[in-house]
Design a binder for this molecule. Structure first.
Ligand code: DUC
Ligand code: ZN
Ligand code: ZN
Length: 472
């Protein structure tokens, strides 16, 4: 009987701390040994010339999320996790969205039912709280945290999701008590309404004006407000999808004051700008997401934040809609105003190549920073460590073999997501995933998805050390 089910041999292992030449022995889906030479495995994979990375963890994706009666997301759990696997990921973290007037527990069960048996890689849900009733805050949330749903997102905008300041404070208080981590969407509801109505009154309704309706000051104000509320309650929070200089500076200011404010940014904020929303006819709708992409100065600020440790995670915020579809970007109302263009872009499959190419290949960040930003910190922040997020004895054998020299041009035709376009069509990258293993099983290889639906498990998560209040 062979000692190992699988050996990965001859590669260069990269973790958030080290780079080393070693073989990996895998048994029962876990890493059983790291050593100079592993022999005696039932199967061997030759990783000569390749980097051996912890599989990507994308802690911010939206899959099959309810969008109202007229709009549908482009991915279900099968296509989203297939795309994620092809893009070098071994775990995604989507959201179970509470609709107002409904039980949080029931909504979790509904999303789990959509995911069960369909995922190709492992999946762990965050919650979205839109209706923090006494029942939700007092009973449902604490029970769900105990069941392993240890993080939730709240919104400071959108008619159906926005929480007022009092509600934010109350959610923060529960998070503090239960040691759950709150992710905050920072854009101010009233300011966006005001700008949107003004723009519409003056006929400025093309997708381009989506960006003008929510300028940086709107995000900066909300980030500052969320940080202030977090300070009042003494609770750690994550400011998600930070888009530009102004919100980044708020986060850095809070961190410099010793607060536990964590932050996430995304590929769109280092590669796209508001100009991309200015396409012919409705083409700009392909880039409509919130917060919107900004400008060159903001891209530089995001790089500052990535290199100086302001950001802990680099996620995709994958939120895919079909472009040419009546239930997507080109729904009939969207032609009347940017207000009706669904917010979000696909990106789960292209996140890793974009950061590797723009960051590592161009010499802006180290391999260690790349791994921390794309895998290790996601696992640590959201309670999946040390099961996931690194390469070491005892970790799940979630591994991506990466060719750092491979040049590729991102094109819709090579992707696996359910959207009918990519915002990065024609974007050239250096560095590409060539094989993805989920718990020791090859789920993607050379651009083909080889995993089976149902291999991916739905995970519960531990309380995160990062959610511990300062105790002030
Ligand atoms: N917020 C997200 O996190 N994703 C898509 C749209 C949005 O507003
Ligand atoms: Zn958001
Ligand atoms: Zn999102």
């Amino acid at each position: 009987m062979p000692e190992f089910d699988l050996a990965i041999r001859g590669g260069t292992i990269v973790t958030a701390a080290d780079t080393m030449k070693a073989d990996i022995g895998i048994r029962d889906g876990r890493i059983a040994t790291l050593s100079a030479s592993v022999t005696g495995a039932a199967r061997e994979i030759d990783a000569t010339g390749l980097l051996v990375l912890p599989g990507g963890i994308d802690s911010h994706v939206h899959i099959s999320q309810y969008q109202g009666p007229d709009i549908s997301m482009a991915d279900d759990f099968a296509s989203a996790t297939a795309a994620a696997a092809a893009g070098g990921n071994t775990c995604v973290m989507p959201f179970a969205l509470q609709q107002r007037g409904t039980s949080l527990r029931r909504c979790v069960e509904e999303y789990r039912a959509l995911a069960e048996g369909r995922c190709i890689i492992d999946t762990a849900f965050h919650l979205i709280i839109s209706d923090p009733t006494p029942e939700v805050l007092g009973q449902e949330l604490p029970a769900l945290v105990k069941d392993g749903y240890t993080s939730f997102k709240v919104f400071m905008t959108y008619d159906d999701l926005v929480l007022n300041d009092r509600q934010l404070l109350e959610v923060f208080e529960v998070a503090r008590r239960e040691q759950a981590l709150v992710m905050v969407h920072c854009e101010g509801y009233d300011a966006i309404r005001y700008m949107t109505e003004r723009l519409e009154r003056s006929g400025q309704t093309r997708p381009f004006f989506h960006a003008a309706s929510r300028p940086q000051v709107v995000e900066r104000e909300a980030a500052h407000r969320a940080i202030s509320h977090a300070e009042l309650v003494d609770v750690p929070i994550v400011i998600v999808h930070v888009s530009g200089r102004e919100a980044m500076e708020q986060v850095r200011w809070a961190q410099q004051r010793g607060m536990k404010i964590y932050a996430e940014t995304c590929p769109q904020y280092i590669t796209l700008t508001a100009e991309d929303l200015d396409g012919l006819n409705m083409e700009g709708a392909k880039y409509v997401c919130s917060p919107p992409p900004r400008d060159a100065d903001s891209q530089a600020a995001i790089w500052e934040g990535l290199t100086q440790g302001v950001f802990q995670t680099f996620s995709s915020d994958h939120c895919p809609f079909r472009y040419d579809a009546v239930d997507g970007k080109l729904n009939p109302k969207a032609r009347t105003s940017f207000r009706w263009v669904p917010n979000g872009i696909p990106g789960v499959e292209t996140r890793l190549p974009i950061l590797f190419s723009e960051g590592v290949s161009k010499g802006r960040i180290s391999l260690q920073t790349f791994v921390a930003l794309t895998a290790t910190n996601h696992a640590r922040l959201y309670g999946l460590y040390p099961q996931k997020g690194s390469i070491g004895v005892g970790f799940d054998a979630d591994i991506t073999l990466w060719d750092p020299a491979k040049r590729e041009t991102i094109r819709q035709e090579i992707l696996h997501h359910g959207a009918d376009y990519t915002p990065w069509e024609g974007f050239a990258v250096t560095g590409w995933p060539v094989m993805t293993l989920s718990r020791g099983v090859v789920v993607a290889e050379d651009g083909k998805v080889t995993g089976t639906a149902g291999h991916g498990q739905i995970l519960s998560r531990d309380i995160s050390d990062f959610a511990r209040p300062r105790g002030l």
